[in-house]
Design a protein around this ligand. Structure first.
Ligand code: NAD
Length: 480
């Protein structure tokens, strides 16, 4: 049995709270369906208290001091602590989410790197001088937005939290972090380490609680200046409406239905070998999942056969087993939703090429599932399934490929496989997505901006772009 201690308290105003006015959250191990642990849930009382403490800390702690040394040192110290505790946090994440331990370890270290990146970015992020038409000196400065609510989903709990907390803290804000109630553990551990690293107590606080219970109250709270949200498009739309009342700043990283476009001139063998993990990684619970593969008709049969063969080689297993490539789904409910989509696909005329079964008696497992025979307009090709299901769709020429790829409400990610450089450059512009990988299913890097077009949201996480999200731009003119 593991010695890892699972977090069991909310982190409010420098205190660990072992009970909350919102009742409790009962977590279940997705690999065994047995109880994992019980946590306090925050209610309105804790939200009020945390936001009061955040405001006081923002106004009085000097965290946004013009000399950023204290911030930089605290964030580098936090990165070091995350690395030192990487195995422990990875295990917490694997047991809570059902994520393969190797993936979890990678994500925790990527989280540490995110803090390092923004700690270093502090001294490279500033304003400019502007030659205005007057006798004086004009310059811009970036100042923190104030109190930030960071609301994150359950699929990459630790990493999504880092993507928001690190740039928000680096730019001098106070942050209240709310992880998803299915997966709050790693974010709570991050909060504990942040305090240990010297982040002032009110400057980072972490509460857990169902969005249905405290979401609306939190989002409409007057003390919040900015909401940084990652989650479903429907939740994002609701948050945007509520934020309108007092013009809160909002950035939204939402759902996706990304296309993986394969031309006949590509290295078909490489495309077919790599593409399955472009959708099935994290058991398909990935906003970037390339869940529609569009294939030029002349290469369709060869690609399909090789893709299905590569899919069958994916090792589905226990999260803590190092050889596991994909684990269970996060919850019983999420698996039922995805199975509902598989049944819908069959009703819509789909052919199941592999998967669609539960490979284990216990745990929320679902085999990687490949379907074809349904058009791009079908619901399964338009709605985000958020599970291990991919649909193969043929196309006849470049124009049709672009039209199909763009014909969903989303625009987050995608891939393009071709050896024709001119075509790659043409499509890099015409495919309507925030990120695109050419001849690869990777496209997310700490140093580069990440975010969506259309209903996949707006604002960019990662890279230096993210620091802009958490600052106001002020112009100063000195009359000479
Ligand atoms: P979700 O929208 O249900 O929940 C996300 C977070 O919002 C959770 O913390 C939840 O408690 C909270 N929440 C729910 N209702 C709320 C409300 N009314 N007000 C305030 N907060 C509320 O999303 P999820 O099911 O946790 O995550 C899956 C979704 O996230 C998918 O759609 C996926 O594509 C998306 N996602 C997007 C990205 C991206 O970067 N674009 C990354 C990861 C996940």
């Amino acid at each position: 049995m593991s010695n890892v201690q699972l977090p069991d308290a909310l982190l409010i105003n420098g205190e660990r709270r072992e009970s909350g006015s919102g009742g409790t959250i009962e977590l279940v191990d997705p690999a065994t369906e047995t109880p994992l642990c019980t946590l306090p849930a925050a209610g309105r009382k804790e939200v009020d208290e945390a936001l009061g403490a955040a405001r006081a800390a923002f106004d009085g702690s000097g965290w946004d001091n013009i000399n950023p040394t204290k911030r930089r040192e605290a964030l580098f110290a936090l990165a070091r602590l995350i690395r030192e505790h990487a195995d422990e946090i990875a295990e917490i994440e694997a047991r809570n989410v059902g994520k393969p331990i190797g993936d979890a370890r990678w994500e925790i270290n990527a989280g540490a790197r995110c803090f390092e990146y923004y700690a270093g970015g502090i001294s490279r992020f500033g304003g400019e001088t502007i030659p205005v038409s007057s006798d004086g000196f004009d310059f811009t400065v970036r100042v923190p937005v104030g109190v930030v609510a960071a609301i994150v989903p359950w699929n990459f709990p630790f990493l999504m939290a880092c993507w928001k907390v690190a740039p928000a803290l680096a730019t001098g804000n106070a942050v209240l972090l709310k992880p998803a109630s299915l997966t709050p553990l790693s974010a709570l551990r991050m909060g504990e380490l942040a305090w240990e690293a010297g982040v002032p107590e009110g400057i980072l606080q972490v509460i857990a609680g169902p969005g249905s219970q405290i979401g609306d109250y939190l989002v409409s709270h007057r003390e919040i200046n900015k909401i940084a949200f990652t989650g479903e498009t429907g939740t994002g739309a609701r948050i945007l409406k509520q934020a309108a009342d007092d013009i809160k700043r909002v950035s939204l990283e939402l759902g996706g239905k990304s296309a993986n476009v394969v031309f006949a001139d590509a290295d078909i063998e490489a495309a077919a070998r790599q593409s399955p993990m472009g959708v099935f990684a994290n058991t398909g619970q990935d906003c970037c999942a390339r869940s529609r593969v569009l294939i030029e008709r002349s290469a369709y049969d060869d690609f399909r056969d090789a893709f299905v063969a590569a899919t069958k080689e994916i090792v589905v297993g226990e999260p803590l087993d190092e050889s596991t490539m994909i684990g269970p789904m996060v919850s019983r409910g999420q698996r039922e939703t995805v199975e509902g989509y598989i049944n819908l696909a069959k009703d819509e005329g789909a052919r199941v090429l592999c998967g669609a079964d539960r490979p284990r008696d216990k745990g929320f497992y679902l085999s990687p599932t490949v379907i074809d025979g349904v058009g791009n307009d079908a619901r399964v090709n338009q709605e985000e399934i958020f599970g291990p299901v991919v649909s193969l769709i043929p196309f006849d020429d470049e124009a049709e490929a672009v039209r199909l790829a763009n014909a969903t409400p989303y625009g987050l990610s995608g891939s393009l496989w071709t050896k024709d450089v001119s075509r790659a450059l043409r499509l890099a512009r015409s495919l309507r997505s925030g990120v695109l990988g050419v001849n690869t299913v990777s496209s997310v890097f700490q140093e580069a901006p990440f975010g969506g077009f259309k209903q996949s949201g707006f604002g960019r996480d990662l890279g230096m772009e993210a620091m802009k999200l958490y600052t106001e731009l002020k112009n100063v003119f000195i009359k000479l």
